[in-house]
Write a protein that binds this ligand. Sequence first.
Ligand code: NAD
Length: 411
Amino acid sequence: MTHSGPSAFAEVNEKVAQAGEILGLKSGVINALSSCEREVVISIPLRRGDDVEVLTGYRVQHSSARGPRKGGIRFHQDVDLDEVRALASLMTWKTALIDVPFGGAKGGVAVDASKLSPIEKEEIIRRWTRSLVHVLGHHRDIPAPDMGTDARTMAWLMDEYHRLEGFQPACVTGKPVELFGAPGREEATGRGVALIAAATLKQHDVKAKGATVAIQGFGNVGRYAALVCQELGMKVIAISDVSGGIVDKKGIDIASIFMHKSLENVEADERIGSAEVLEIECDILIPAALGSVINDKNASLINARFIIEGANQPITISADRELRAQGVVIVPDILANSGGVMGSYFEWTQNIQEFSWPIEKFRRELDTRMEAAFVNVHKVSRKYSVDLRTAAFVVSVGRVSEAFELRGSLV
Ligand code: NAD
């Protein structure tokens, strides 16, 4: 979704600058942290029928100060360089916030994933990998799935990488469990979102049992967030995907609809539009689809006490200001959806060690580390008397700038 106002990358950099000022960083360092280390734009000729359609692909590496760059690949028609820069930068802040030894990157292809056949998808990701192999690798830059890509796409990426560079399953994460993936990784982002929702309720003395939840998105993040919220006793009263939304004030049984690919044919008490779910009266709202879905146009219509950002940048900066003025507590994306990259870190380490963990260990580690990041962000929020997003950026920008400075003065 597009919105008028600053670009997505400018919005992230506004937060970086604000955190830099709070920390007293030099303006040159803030500038360095607001720029991307490397940006590669490629063309992908895709055979379609008798003709060839030329797609544009991207890999943006924002920072390697704290380790190899890490970030997903998005297949979506709205992908452009600015969005990929913003998402690459968010990965730097996310990996620093949860203290895993990665930097930040993001990739994408401007294409409508829903209109691709499996063979076309395979052709695109193989070409993307061949064109970018020189900047990828388990100690350089490690991709993962994002919107429009999944474990199968990552399997093709790994296979192409192996053909070119030899065996190294740690070159990509989010792979199928049967092919060097880690049990627990697929659910990790949504599970993390639900854990953060529960922790937020607890912090505000609201019981999880019966707390009402509305979710936009029924893909990887939304689906697991909904399932785990239900497992934790919350009541998911509305959920939507690109085909529309469903509402049941008594609570939707997520477990029973979990295997549906789309909500289109799910029986429901009431049907609403995809975006209307954002305006439902509820305790917790989880936007888990696209960016900028909560903006100046609908901020005043939001009817939730807490917003847990499952998607990246679902709220524009000005809407964020307005909502906070209304008293809404917002848990920012770089904390709320960091379970995905945490899970990717576990998969990466297991691949490198050639030693796999049982899912119980994966979940235990994820839960403990998410909780620690949540507690730390709240501590910093109190210390500087700032909102949670600003606090999260203060933690991350502090860590990345320290690593940047420690690497030396000669750049
Ligand atoms: P996905 O492709 O699996 O699912 C996207 C969902 O959004 C689908 O249900 C789709 O129908 C829905 N959707 C698309 N357009 C919509 C619209 N206009 N209105 C309502 N719903 C719409 O993607 P995902 O992996 O679940 O990612 C969702 C968001 O979470 C993205 O912002 C992504 O960057 C972010 N994220 C994902 C991960 C991850 O591990 N997958 C990690 C961190 C952040």
